[in-house]
Design a protein around this ligand. Structure first.
Ligand SMILES: Nc1ncnc2c1ncn2[C@@H]1O[C@H](COP(=O)(O)OP(=O)(O)OP(=O)(O)O)[C@@H](O)[C@H]1O
Ligand SMILES: [Mg+2]
Length: 309
């Protein structure tokens, strides 16, 4: 089973506002709502790829209820942990006339350690050896910086393959727990190493260092340039198909989804590279955070390049 963890989910509200103007009344011409938060995005993409996952999320208030209902409607299993307060709504204002994207994000509820512990215990009790747990995204207020490190260590001890996709201090801390897979982008990885990673060769060298620390699989995404995949004894550059970009929001999440799907099916490194780069490209072709259809992913698979490093 694949479990995704979303500690700070959001209802993503996308509003189309032609000619957005400050200090004026603006009118929305189109509005859509999507369940969001990195772990939830991963679950949505896994579903489109034809897999299943269990989305574990901290949810609160009416927004939390609505978010849960939308996921169930999309046939995604949700395990909701109720928090006090209201799950945040993140407003994305798209102005097609001026081609601007403005995000206004709510802070979200404050959590306490009891609820985090209850969630971790619940997840631990579910884990069978070899299950995948994807941990990604920001931490809610009240959650200690070391939350992902603690969770990764405990879940790994239960036999789970922990996938970690976080940035900054959370990444630096999380790596210490030696998760099964990490997927930073090149800026996030360079950030914790204190250097700029510009070429695939520099990225490969940094990825090898993490493999040497015991992390089984290191995938460093590089936007339109694809990603470097490192595991014991092998490093390859997956070259992304060239596509027309709609929105790159959630590109990384879609790659993580494909990596989890591929891992669950025991796919080879080559097939994993092809599927994840095709999934990333298919998802950046979409205009919002909607996940791309599997047919589109499949149509791009043959356009993925693989280069040994
Ligand atoms: N312009 C693009 N053209 C084709 N594929 C792309 C493009 N941008 C991103 N991708 C695909 O998406 C993957 C992940 O992108 P990126 O490295 O930007 O992730 P990220 O920075 O983690 O994103 P996120 O904002 O979701 O956290 C890339 O490895 C690539 O496969
Ligand atoms: Mg990312």
């Amino acid at each position: 089973m694949i479990y995704t963890v979303t500690l700070n989910p959001a209802m993503d509200k996308t509003a189309i506002v032609p000619n957005l103007t400050l200090d004026a009344v603006n009118r929305i011409t189109e509005l859509r709502q999507d369940p969001g938060g990195k772990g939830i995005n991963v679950s949505k993409v896994i579903k489109k790829l034809g897999g299943t996952s269990n989305a574990m999320a901290l949810l609160g208030g009416n927004t939390g209820k609505a978010l849960r209902a939308m996921l169930l409607d999309a046939e995604i299993d949700v395990v909701a942990f109720e928090v006090e307060g209201e799950t945040r709504t993140n407003l994305k204002i798209v102005d097609p006339e001026n081609d601007t994207h403005t995000d206004i994000n709510e802070p979200g509820p404050v959590v306490n350690e009891e609820i985090l512990d209850a969630m971790l215990k619940n997840l631990e009790a579910k884990i069978d050896v070899g299950d995948i747990v994807v941990m990604s995204g920001s931490l809610p207020k009240g959650a200690p910086d070391a939350t992902y490190r603690t969770w990764a260590a405990e879940l790994k001890a239960k036999g789970a393959k922990v996938f970690l996709d976080v940035d900054g201090e959370k990444l630096r801390e999380g790596i210490e727990a030696v998760p099964y897979l990490v997927k930073p982008n090149e800026i996030e990885l360079g950030g914790i190493l204190g250097k700029k990673l510009e070429t695939p060769a520099q990225v490969a060298e940094a990825a090898r260092m993490l493999v040497d620390k015991g992390i089984e699989k290191v995938v460093v995404s590089m936007g339109g340039a694809g990603a470097v995949f490192a595991e014991n004894g092998r490093v390859v550059h997956g070259i992304s198909p060239k596509v027309k970009v709609g929105s790159t929001v959630g590109a990384g999440d879609s790659v993580v989804a494909a990596l989890a799907y591929a891992e669950e099916r025991g796919m080879s490194l080559e097939d994993t590279v092809r599927l994840s780069m095709a999934t990333g490209a298919a998802n950046v072709m979409q205009s919002g955070t909607q996940a791309a259809e599997r047919e589109l992913v499949d149509s791009l698979i043959d356009q993925v390049g693989i280069e040994e490093l």
